[in-house]
Design a binder for this molecule. Structure first.
Ligand SMILES: Nc1ncnc2c1ncn2[C@@H]1O[C@H](COP(=O)(O)OP(=O)(O)OP(=O)(O)O)[C@@H](O)[C@H]1O
Ligand SMILES: [Mg+2]
Length: 344
Protein backbone atom coordinates (compact mmCIF):
# COMPACT_ATOMS: atom_id res chain seq x y z
CA UNK A 1 0.00 0.00 0.00
CA UNK A 2 1.21 3.49 -0.78
CA UNK A 3 2.54 4.95 2.49
CA UNK A 4 1.66 8.47 1.34
CA UNK A 5 -1.76 9.98 1.45
CA UNK A 6 -3.35 12.65 -0.68
CA UNK A 7 -6.43 13.15 1.43
CA UNK A 8 -6.86 16.32 3.40
CA UNK A 9 -7.68 16.37 7.08
CA UNK A 10 -6.66 12.79 7.76
CA UNK A 11 -3.66 11.97 9.91
CA UNK A 12 -1.04 10.51 7.58
CA UNK A 13 0.77 7.35 8.65
CA UNK A 14 4.14 8.92 7.92
CA UNK A 15 3.58 12.26 9.63
CA UNK A 16 6.59 14.45 10.21
CA UNK A 17 6.63 15.43 13.86
CA UNK A 18 5.54 18.93 14.82
CA UNK A 19 6.59 18.28 18.35
CA UNK A 20 7.25 21.83 19.45
CA UNK A 21 3.97 23.23 18.16
CA UNK A 22 2.07 20.26 19.55
CA UNK A 23 3.68 20.63 22.98
CA UNK A 24 3.19 24.37 23.09
CA UNK A 25 -0.51 23.99 22.49
CA UNK A 26 -1.10 20.96 24.69
CA UNK A 27 0.90 22.37 27.60
CA UNK A 28 -0.69 25.78 27.21
CA UNK A 29 -4.10 24.21 27.77
CA UNK A 30 -3.17 21.54 30.28
CA UNK A 31 -0.91 23.33 32.78
CA UNK A 32 -2.34 23.61 36.30
CA UNK A 33 -2.44 27.28 35.67
CA UNK A 34 -3.28 27.30 31.93
CA UNK A 35 -1.42 29.81 29.78
CA UNK A 36 -4.49 30.36 27.65
CA UNK A 37 -8.05 29.17 27.34
CA UNK A 38 -8.37 29.95 23.64
CA UNK A 39 -5.87 29.59 20.85
CA UNK A 40 -5.90 29.41 17.10
CA UNK A 41 -3.93 27.67 14.40
CA UNK A 42 -3.56 29.52 11.13
CA UNK A 43 -1.83 28.65 7.90
CA UNK A 44 -2.27 28.39 4.20
CA UNK A 45 -4.28 25.53 2.64
CA UNK A 46 -2.54 22.21 2.88
CA UNK A 47 -0.19 23.30 5.65
CA UNK A 48 -1.47 20.70 8.10
CA UNK A 49 -3.85 22.62 10.36
CA UNK A 50 -6.46 19.89 10.59
CA UNK A 51 -3.86 17.22 11.16
CA UNK A 52 -2.26 19.22 13.98
CA UNK A 53 -5.62 19.92 15.57
CA UNK A 54 -6.39 16.19 15.56
CA UNK A 55 -3.02 15.47 17.15
CA UNK A 56 -3.73 17.98 19.89
CA UNK A 57 -7.12 16.52 20.62
CA UNK A 58 -5.77 12.94 20.65
CA UNK A 59 -3.04 13.95 23.05
CA UNK A 60 -5.42 15.73 25.38
CA UNK A 61 -7.97 12.90 25.32
CA UNK A 62 -5.38 10.59 26.90
CA UNK A 63 -6.07 12.31 30.21
CA UNK A 64 -9.40 11.09 31.55
CA UNK A 65 -10.12 14.46 33.14
CA UNK A 66 -10.56 15.86 29.64
CA UNK A 67 -13.50 15.71 27.29
CA UNK A 68 -13.02 16.82 23.69
CA UNK A 69 -15.92 17.97 21.53
CA UNK A 70 -15.25 18.49 17.83
CA UNK A 71 -17.84 20.87 16.48
CA UNK A 72 -18.70 22.14 13.04
CA UNK A 73 -18.76 25.87 12.30
CA UNK A 74 -21.68 25.31 9.95
CA UNK A 75 -24.28 24.37 12.56
CA UNK A 76 -25.73 25.74 15.78
CA UNK A 77 -22.65 25.17 17.96
CA UNK A 78 -24.30 25.65 21.35
CA UNK A 79 -26.98 23.13 20.51
CA UNK A 80 -24.46 20.67 19.11
CA UNK A 81 -22.33 21.02 22.23
CA UNK A 82 -25.24 20.39 24.59
CA UNK A 83 -26.18 17.32 22.56
CA UNK A 84 -22.60 16.05 22.53
CA UNK A 85 -22.13 16.46 26.29
CA UNK A 86 -25.39 14.79 27.19
CA UNK A 87 -24.45 11.89 24.94
CA UNK A 88 -21.37 10.96 26.90
CA UNK A 89 -22.11 8.20 29.38
CA UNK A 90 -19.94 9.46 32.17
CA UNK A 91 -21.34 12.98 31.97
CA UNK A 92 -24.90 11.76 31.75
CA UNK A 93 -24.48 10.36 35.25
CA UNK A 94 -23.10 13.65 36.54
CA UNK A 95 -26.03 15.55 35.08
CA UNK A 96 -28.51 13.06 36.48
CA UNK A 97 -26.96 13.27 39.95
CA UNK A 98 -27.27 17.04 39.73
CA UNK A 99 -30.93 16.56 38.82
CA UNK A 100 -30.72 18.42 35.54
CA UNK A 101 -33.89 17.62 33.68
CA UNK A 102 -32.86 17.86 30.02
CA UNK A 103 -35.79 15.89 28.67
CA UNK A 104 -37.53 18.85 27.05
CA UNK A 105 -34.48 19.55 24.92
CA UNK A 106 -34.28 15.90 24.00
CA UNK A 107 -30.96 15.47 25.78
CA UNK A 108 -31.87 13.19 28.66
CA UNK A 109 -34.40 11.41 30.74
CA UNK A 110 -37.27 12.86 32.70
CA UNK A 111 -36.31 13.48 36.33
CA UNK A 112 -39.12 13.20 38.85
CA UNK A 113 -40.19 16.41 40.51
CA UNK A 114 -37.68 18.51 38.55
CA UNK A 115 -39.12 20.86 35.94
CA UNK A 116 -37.48 20.44 32.55
CA UNK A 117 -35.03 23.10 31.37
CA UNK A 118 -36.40 24.59 28.18
CA UNK A 119 -33.53 26.74 26.95
CA UNK A 120 -30.31 25.41 25.46
CA UNK A 121 -28.15 28.22 26.81
CA UNK A 122 -29.47 27.70 30.32
CA UNK A 123 -29.01 23.95 30.07
CA UNK A 124 -25.49 24.29 28.80
CA UNK A 125 -24.60 26.70 31.57
CA UNK A 126 -25.74 24.21 34.19
CA UNK A 127 -23.95 21.36 32.46
CA UNK A 128 -20.66 23.28 32.35
CA UNK A 129 -21.08 24.29 35.96
CA UNK A 130 -21.48 20.62 36.97
CA UNK A 131 -18.57 19.57 34.80
CA UNK A 132 -16.32 22.13 36.40
CA UNK A 133 -17.39 21.16 39.92
CA UNK A 134 -16.50 17.55 39.18
CA UNK A 135 -13.01 18.56 38.03
CA UNK A 136 -13.65 17.77 34.37
CA UNK A 137 -12.12 19.86 31.61
CA UNK A 138 -13.67 20.46 28.24
CA UNK A 139 -11.83 21.22 25.01
CA UNK A 140 -13.89 22.39 22.06
CA UNK A 141 -12.33 22.25 18.63
CA UNK A 142 -13.64 24.06 15.58
CA UNK A 143 -11.92 23.33 12.29
CA UNK A 144 -12.07 25.92 9.50
CA UNK A 145 -13.58 28.63 11.63
CA UNK A 146 -15.17 31.51 9.77
CA UNK A 147 -16.94 34.61 10.89
CA UNK A 148 -20.49 33.33 10.50
CA UNK A 149 -23.47 33.56 12.81
CA UNK A 150 -22.78 30.19 14.47
CA UNK A 151 -19.18 30.91 15.34
CA UNK A 152 -19.86 34.48 16.46
CA UNK A 153 -22.74 33.40 18.68
CA UNK A 154 -20.67 30.63 20.20
CA UNK A 155 -17.58 32.78 20.74
CA UNK A 156 -19.55 35.47 22.49
CA UNK A 157 -21.10 32.87 24.80
CA UNK A 158 -17.65 31.43 25.38
CA UNK A 159 -16.53 34.73 26.90
CA UNK A 160 -19.25 34.37 29.50
CA UNK A 161 -18.06 30.86 30.35
CA UNK A 162 -14.54 32.16 30.79
CA UNK A 163 -15.79 34.86 33.11
CA UNK A 164 -17.57 32.20 35.16
CA UNK A 165 -14.31 30.26 35.43
CA UNK A 166 -15.68 27.13 33.86
CA UNK A 167 -13.09 24.55 32.79
CA UNK A 168 -13.69 25.17 29.14
CA UNK A 169 -11.10 25.59 26.39
CA UNK A 170 -11.29 26.43 22.71
CA UNK A 171 -9.05 25.56 19.78
CA UNK A 172 -9.88 26.88 16.32
CA UNK A 173 -8.12 26.56 12.99
CA UNK A 174 -8.56 28.75 9.96
CA UNK A 175 -7.00 30.56 7.08
CA UNK A 176 -5.31 33.72 8.22
CA UNK A 177 -7.85 36.00 6.57
CA UNK A 178 -10.80 34.19 8.16
CA UNK A 179 -9.31 34.29 11.64
CA UNK A 180 -8.45 37.94 11.11
CA UNK A 181 -12.02 38.73 10.17
CA UNK A 182 -13.37 36.86 13.18
CA UNK A 183 -11.13 38.55 15.73
CA UNK A 184 -12.01 41.95 14.33
CA UNK A 185 -15.68 41.52 15.19
CA UNK A 186 -16.48 44.27 17.66
CA UNK A 187 -17.81 41.88 20.29
CA UNK A 188 -15.03 39.33 19.95
CA UNK A 189 -11.91 41.31 20.72
CA UNK A 190 -10.90 38.68 23.29
CA UNK A 191 -9.90 36.58 20.27
CA UNK A 192 -7.48 39.31 19.34
CA UNK A 193 -5.49 38.56 22.47
CA UNK A 194 -5.61 34.79 22.02
CA UNK A 195 -2.33 33.21 20.90
CA UNK A 196 -2.12 32.28 17.24
CA UNK A 197 0.13 29.48 16.11
CA UNK A 198 1.22 29.57 12.50
CA UNK A 199 2.05 26.45 10.54
CA UNK A 200 5.73 26.68 9.79
CA UNK A 201 7.25 24.44 7.12
CA UNK A 202 8.09 20.90 8.20
CA UNK A 203 11.66 20.32 9.26
CA UNK A 204 13.70 19.64 6.09
CA UNK A 205 16.02 17.16 7.78
CA UNK A 206 13.12 15.09 9.05
CA UNK A 207 11.49 15.16 5.62
CA UNK A 208 14.70 13.94 3.95
CA UNK A 209 15.12 11.22 6.55
CA UNK A 210 11.61 9.94 6.01
CA UNK A 211 12.09 9.79 2.23
CA UNK A 212 15.40 8.05 2.70
CA UNK A 213 13.83 5.41 4.95
CA UNK A 214 10.79 4.79 2.80
CA UNK A 215 12.58 4.64 -0.55
CA UNK A 216 15.97 3.31 0.61
CA UNK A 217 17.76 6.00 -1.41
CA UNK A 218 21.08 7.78 -0.74
CA UNK A 219 20.80 10.73 1.61
CA UNK A 220 21.82 13.18 -1.13
CA UNK A 221 18.85 12.22 -3.25
CA UNK A 222 16.47 12.35 -0.30
CA UNK A 223 17.73 15.87 0.47
CA UNK A 224 16.99 16.92 -3.09
CA UNK A 225 13.43 15.68 -2.70
CA UNK A 226 13.14 17.61 0.57
CA UNK A 227 14.41 20.71 -1.26
CA UNK A 228 11.63 20.40 -3.78
CA UNK A 229 8.80 20.13 -1.26
CA UNK A 230 10.18 22.93 0.94
CA UNK A 231 8.51 21.54 4.05
CA UNK A 232 5.03 22.07 2.64
CA UNK A 233 3.03 19.12 4.01
CA UNK A 234 0.75 18.51 1.06
CA UNK A 235 3.70 18.60 -1.37
CA UNK A 236 5.61 16.14 0.83
CA UNK A 237 2.72 13.71 0.47
CA UNK A 238 2.27 14.26 -3.27
CA UNK A 239 5.93 13.79 -4.19
CA UNK A 240 6.18 10.68 -2.05
CA UNK A 241 2.92 9.33 -3.40
CA UNK A 242 3.96 9.72 -7.03
CA UNK A 243 7.46 8.30 -6.59
CA UNK A 244 6.00 5.32 -4.79
CA UNK A 245 3.24 4.75 -7.30
CA UNK A 246 5.46 5.05 -10.37
CA UNK A 247 8.47 3.44 -8.70
CA UNK A 248 10.77 6.00 -10.23
CA UNK A 249 12.93 8.95 -9.25
CA UNK A 250 11.50 12.33 -8.33
CA UNK A 251 12.76 13.90 -11.55
CA UNK A 252 10.40 11.82 -13.61
CA UNK A 253 7.27 12.84 -11.73
CA UNK A 254 7.78 16.60 -11.54
CA UNK A 255 5.16 17.38 -14.19
CA UNK A 256 2.61 15.24 -12.45
CA UNK A 257 3.63 16.77 -9.11
CA UNK A 258 2.96 20.24 -10.52
CA UNK A 259 -0.39 19.11 -11.85
CA UNK A 260 -1.49 17.79 -8.45
CA UNK A 261 -0.44 20.91 -6.58
CA UNK A 262 -2.15 23.10 -9.16
CA UNK A 263 -5.38 21.24 -9.22
CA UNK A 264 -5.76 20.50 -5.52
CA UNK A 265 -4.40 23.60 -3.81
CA UNK A 266 -2.81 26.32 -5.90
CA UNK A 267 -5.89 26.96 -8.06
CA UNK A 268 -7.85 27.43 -4.86
CA UNK A 269 -5.24 29.65 -3.23
CA UNK A 270 -4.92 31.73 -6.41
CA UNK A 271 -8.67 32.14 -6.75
CA UNK A 272 -8.88 33.44 -3.19
CA UNK A 273 -6.24 36.13 -3.80
CA UNK A 274 -7.22 39.66 -4.75
CA UNK A 275 -6.04 41.23 -7.98
CA UNK A 276 -3.34 43.20 -6.16
CA UNK A 277 -2.23 40.13 -4.19
CA UNK A 278 -1.75 38.41 -7.54
CA UNK A 279 0.18 41.31 -8.94
CA UNK A 280 2.59 41.22 -6.01
CA UNK A 281 2.86 37.44 -6.30
CA UNK A 282 3.50 37.62 -10.04
CA UNK A 283 6.30 40.14 -9.45
CA UNK A 284 7.80 37.77 -6.88
CA UNK A 285 7.66 34.96 -9.44
CA UNK A 286 9.34 37.12 -12.07
CA UNK A 287 12.11 38.36 -9.83
CA UNK A 288 15.56 36.98 -10.54
CA UNK A 289 17.20 38.00 -7.29
CA UNK A 290 14.36 37.75 -4.75
CA UNK A 291 15.28 41.24 -3.58
CA UNK A 292 12.30 43.18 -2.31
CA UNK A 293 13.47 46.29 -4.15
CA UNK A 294 13.47 44.39 -7.44
CA UNK A 295 10.10 42.78 -6.76
CA UNK A 296 8.57 46.13 -5.95
CA UNK A 297 9.87 47.61 -9.18
CA UNK A 298 8.41 44.68 -11.14
CA UNK A 299 5.07 45.04 -9.37
CA UNK A 300 4.53 48.52 -10.68
CA UNK A 301 3.23 49.65 -7.30
CA UNK A 302 4.33 52.47 -5.04
CA UNK A 303 6.39 51.50 -2.00
CA UNK A 304 3.45 52.06 0.33
CA UNK A 305 1.07 50.06 -1.77
CA UNK A 306 3.53 47.24 -2.31
CA UNK A 307 4.18 47.05 1.45
CA UNK A 308 0.48 46.37 2.04
CA UNK A 309 0.34 43.46 -0.39
CA UNK A 310 3.68 42.04 0.64
CA UNK A 311 2.36 41.91 4.21
CA UNK A 312 -0.81 40.21 3.13
CA UNK A 313 1.15 37.51 1.31
CA UNK A 314 3.40 37.07 4.34
CA UNK A 315 0.47 36.70 6.71
CA UNK A 316 -1.39 34.29 4.50
CA UNK A 317 1.71 32.09 4.54
CA UNK A 318 2.36 32.36 0.79
CA UNK A 319 5.74 34.12 0.98
CA UNK A 320 8.42 34.34 3.64
CA UNK A 321 11.26 36.75 4.29
CA UNK A 322 14.07 34.63 5.65
CA UNK A 323 16.73 37.20 4.88
CA UNK A 324 16.28 40.92 5.45
CA UNK A 325 15.33 42.65 2.21
CA UNK A 326 14.45 39.41 0.41
CA UNK A 327 11.23 37.59 -0.28
CA UNK A 328 10.56 34.04 -1.43
CA UNK A 329 7.63 31.71 -1.88
CA UNK A 330 6.80 29.30 0.94
CA UNK A 331 4.87 27.12 -1.48
CA UNK A 332 7.03 24.87 -3.63
CA UNK A 333 7.10 25.62 -7.35
CA UNK A 334 4.59 28.39 -6.91
CA UNK A 335 6.61 30.64 -9.23
CA UNK A 336 6.39 27.95 -11.92
CA UNK A 337 2.67 27.67 -11.23
CA UNK A 338 2.11 31.41 -11.62
CA UNK A 339 4.14 31.56 -14.79
CA UNK A 340 2.20 28.66 -16.21
CA UNK A 341 -1.24 30.21 -15.92
CA UNK A 342 -2.85 32.87 -18.04
CA UNK A 343 -2.92 36.01 -16.01
CA UNK A 344 -6.00 38.19 -16.04
N1 LIG B 1 2.88 16.71 10.11
C1 LIG B 1 2.66 16.25 8.87
N2 LIG B 1 3.54 15.41 8.27
C2 LIG B 1 3.32 14.95 7.03
N3 LIG B 1 2.25 15.24 6.29
C3 LIG B 1 1.35 16.08 6.81
C4 LIG B 1 1.50 16.64 8.12
N4 LIG B 1 0.45 17.43 8.38
C5 LIG B 1 -0.33 17.39 7.27
N5 LIG B 1 0.19 16.57 6.33
C6 LIG B 1 -0.39 16.30 5.00
O1 LIG B 1 -0.66 17.54 4.36
C7 LIG B 1 -1.93 17.53 3.74
C8 LIG B 1 -2.79 18.66 4.27
O2 LIG B 1 -3.03 18.50 5.66
P1 LIG B 1 -4.31 19.16 6.35
O3 LIG B 1 -5.55 18.62 5.74
O4 LIG B 1 -4.16 19.02 7.82
O5 LIG B 1 -4.10 20.70 5.92
P2 LIG B 1 -5.00 21.97 6.26
O6 LIG B 1 -4.07 23.06 6.64
O7 LIG B 1 -6.05 21.58 7.25
O8 LIG B 1 -5.64 22.32 4.84
P3 LIG B 1 -7.04 23.10 4.54
O9 LIG B 1 -6.80 24.55 4.83
O10 LIG B 1 -7.30 22.88 3.07
O11 LIG B 1 -8.10 22.49 5.42
C9 LIG B 1 -2.52 16.14 3.94
O12 LIG B 1 -2.27 15.39 2.77
C10 LIG B 1 -1.74 15.58 5.11
O13 LIG B 1 -1.57 14.20 4.96
MG1 LIG C 1 -8.12 21.52 7.12
Amino acid sequence: MNPFSLSFGKEPVNAISREKLLNDIVEGFCADNPEFQVCMITGVRGSGKTVLMTEVSNEIKKDKKWIVAELSPERDILHALAAELSNQKELMQIFRDAKLNLSFLGFGLEIDAEPPITDTVVALDKMLDQLTRKGKKLLITIDEAVSNVHVREFASQFQIYMRKNYNIFLLMTGLYERIYELQNEKTLTFLYRAPKFTMDPLNARLVAKKYQQIFSIPSGEAEKMADIVKGYPYAYQVLGYLCYKRQCSYEEVIDEFDAYLGEYVYDKIWSEMSEKDRKAAKATADSLTGKISEIRALSDMSSEEFAVYRNRLLKKGIVISERYGYLQFVLPRFAEYINGIHLY
